[in-house]
Write a protein that binds this ligand. Sequence first.
Ligand code: FAD
Length: 381
Amino acid sequence: MGYDAIVVGVGGMGSAALWQLARKGYRALGLERFDIPHAHGSSHGVSRIIRLPYYEAPDYVPLLRRAYELWREIEAATGQELLVVTGSIDAGPADGALFRGALASAELHDLDHEVLTGREVNARFPGYALDPDACAVFQPQGGLLASERAIVAHTLAAQSLGAVVRARERVLGWDARPGGDGVVVRTDKGRYEAHTLILAAGAWMAELAPALAGRAVPERQVLAWLQPHRPALFARDRFPVFNLDVPEGRFYGFPVYEVPGFKFGRYHHREEAVAPDDPRREPDAEDERLLRAFAERYFPNGSGPTMALRSCLFTNTPDEHFVIDRYPDLPQVLLASPCSGHGYKFCSVVGEILAELATGDRRTRHDIDFLRLDRPAMQAS
Ligand SMILES: Cc1cc2nc3c(=O)[nH]c(=O)nc-3n(C[C@H](O)[C@H](O)[C@H](O)COP(=O)(O)OP(=O)(O)OC[C@H]3O[C@@H](n4cnc5c(N)ncnc54)[C@H](O)[C@@H]3O)c2cc1C
């Protein structure tokens, strides 16, 4: 067997898995069809939010606590700044799922937090202009991750420990080896064998994992960077990352970081399911109009000239929770499809989970039962 584990996709999740495998002393091969990093998948656009009071479900909070530790470990291993703490705001109507969910997670897991009105948020962080009656959870540990740099950091750290990484090599298919142990992976350049296969192919997961067909659906997103009229209000020490539930939809945003402009986006942007190889990459005037209207209403000091617009891909499951599990009837094949628009912050801990499931007694210390492939929501047609 050539390798202990082959990781398909050296993006956010795959690069973290490679590092964790290499740290454990396992022979790992990463196969990536594009460059490392690149701008065709789900992890580009400079930054991603990390936040603890998880409104999507409190089950994620223990994973997040470990994710924070592991983000600090890869920073220490590489000497790079990857996690910037800004605080986080989760705001919306008092009876809305976002505010209530964030508060429930904060209370259940005893997270440091404050409940603020929109008026109080605007006074404390004057880049914001929320509805004064909105309700917000402020959590001081929230922040942003340098997502593209973290892929590079994980890859370099894995390589320094012996992992082999091959970019511009597309996986065409895979099979269980006859006899049931291990896998054979076919690419456009060769053929490889390993004890374990980790599929971390992002928006292409359903192509490589028929068990996810129709249940891991790529969706086009667009991010905007607008130059603030008052840049000081959008600096990383004065502007917490946010998730905001408003009549126009659910939006998220960041302070200015590394490139010009206040960055933000709308979840499920224009609700466009796409083929991952043909996602209509170039943003258009309607993309810009939708995003600019949001900034003018809720962040008027952040709505100056456009600095950048970029498209990106979500991969949505029916219930918008991740799938991290073994392939049905093939325990040597692992599925890592943690996206639905909120997965990046978990890369560090997902890497650890995958490495644990791939090696030793093939168990993980983490509770990921709620991310099983056979949960009822994933069975719906
Ligand atoms: C606009 C936008 C905003 C987001 N905001 C946040 C946020 O603020 N916070 C957060 O936590 N999450 C956020 N997310 C979600 C998060 O970015 C994703 O969950 C995460 O990037 C998914 O990582 P991944 O490794 O699964 O995918 P990717 O990083 O895309 O990696 C998958 C890799 O597999 C490769 N690949 C695919 N097929 C093959 C093949 N056949 N052979 C070889 N390689 C292959 C791809 O080229 C790619 O490099 C956001 C997503 C988007 C699009």
